[in-house]
Design a protein around this ligand. Sequence first.
Ligand code: AMP
Length: 113
Amino acid sequence: MENCIFCKIIKGEIPSAKIYEDEDMLIIKDVNPQAKIHYLLLPKQHFANIVEMTDAQAQTLARCIKKLSNMVDELGLQDGFRLVSNKGAHACQSVEHLHIHILGGQQLDDRMC
Ligand code: AMP
């Protein structure tokens, strides 16, 4: 989608610290980490949040999370991790392209956002 920063990252128009990519998703490092390990899982298909997600997009997202569960060791998350997705301004969503925060290692900030 035009003017979506995560769509631009997915298309390679904006650089990112890419950790993993396949046909469904990109995993990148967050530029402003809130934990020792802070990645973002970005589904390649644009939708703003889980409320806007279609059934097909929900299936893709479930597939992405299952793939993530198979990459725990290579992502350095073997000691535990937290998945967070903010929806709406009151929940501190700042980028309107659904993304899952992957937070692991020692927490730097225990607030939800
Ligand atoms: P949220 O507030 O839940 O919408 O999260 C958006 C996240 O995207 C924040 O943690 C930002 O630090 C992160 N972010 C914004 N721009 C970039 C970027 N260009 N590369 C990586 N992470 C980004």
